[in-house]
Write a protein of this length. Structure first.
Length: 308
């Protein structure tokens, strides 16, 4: 089975990682040269500032690229646009004037930088949490919605004073409510990933069948040890039962008879859970050609292992 070609999103992610690492290396080298050489002028300061801006842009872009292949891709592209605006405004302030940060006569570039930075960071935060959007648990969905609302409130309450030159946000209660939204935001950010892991681990324990209904790209198969891959009910040590679908070879390492009953009933089954994106699930269903999805997954896995 040939490996699929690298997608543009994967290439963009790799480019962002390279940009972040390279920028940090350049900034570090400039700092070392300045310390050892005894001179750190305006040019060196601009170079360091530029590399830090590129590193910040690459980091935020990685967060936005995490969702551009999902249903919420619009937020990912919006975050990328905000990151580009913030990086452009920052570079203009660094290189636009005779001195560092002197390229903004009326303050509009600085205001654009602040607003775009708030939007980019908030969307990066939201996009990372949206990776949990496919969870079916009610508590996860409710907590995610509440946290996303808190992120929007925090971003809005930060941007309004910048846009209105301080006319909005001059009261004490304004910042008290901002603190409330910030607490909810922080609580959801910390608790949701942990809660999702705990609930997901519990969800796998009571499973009694080899195939879990998957809407969102989840395919679960059950495979006995010693090279036999199967999908079916869990076998009992006292009363072994044959799985409903298996991949069994003459040497015990797997064969072509996908869907035939397993001849090995004295081994303990293990569970393999594959979390697949929607496009791969569609390709898997096409490869199944009317068979069970778990049987097709086992056939693809066997072919990949044989080629390796």
């Amino acid at each position: 089975m040939t490996a699929p070609a690298a997608s543009p999103v994967r290439g963009a992610r790799r480019a962002m990682i390279v940009a972040v690492v390279a920028s940090l290396l350049v900034a570090s080298l400039c700092g070392i040269v300045a310390l050892l050489g005894g001179g750190f002028g305006d040019l060196q300061a601009r170079i360091v500032a530029t590399t830090l801006i590129v590193a910040a842009f690459g980091t935020s872009a990685l967060c936005h690229l995490a969702v551009v292949t999902r249903a919420v891709r619009a937020l990912g592209f919006a975050g990328l646009a905000a990151s580009v605006v913030a990086a452009g405004a920052a570079l203009w302030l660094v290189w636009g004037g005779d001195g560092l940060l002197e390229g903004d006569g009326d303050g509009s570039v600085l205001k654009s930088l602040l607003v775009a930075t708030i939007v980019a960071i908030s969307l990066a935060h939201a996009n990372l949490l949206l990776l949990l959007a496919e969870r079916r648990r009610t508590v996860i969905r409710a907590g995610l919605g509440l946290t996303l609302a808190a992120i929007a409130v925090v971003a809005t309450m930060l941007a309004l004073p910048v846009i209105t030159d301080g006319e909005v946000g001059d009261s004490e209660w304004y910042w008290r409510w901002f603190g409330v939204a910030g607490i909810v935001d922080a609580l959801g950010t910390i608790a949701l990933p942990v809660l999702a892991l705990v609930l997901r681990g519990r969800g796998h324990e009571p499973a009694a069948t080899g195939t879990r209904p998957a809407s969102g790209g989840n395919t679960a198969t059950r495979a006995p040890a010693h090279g036999t891959a199967s999908a079916g009910a869990r076998t009992d040590a006292a009363e072994p039962t044959a799985p409903t679908a298996a991949v069994t070879g003459s040497d015990g390492a797997g064969g072509d008879g996908v869907g035939s009953p397993s001849t090995t009933s004295d081994v303990a089954p293990v569970r393999i859970v594959l979390d697949l994106p929607a496009d791969l699930v569609a390709r898997l269903d096409a490869a199944a050609d009317g068979q069970a999805r778990d049987a097709a997954a086992l056939r693809v896995l066997r072919n990949a292992l044989v080629q390796d």
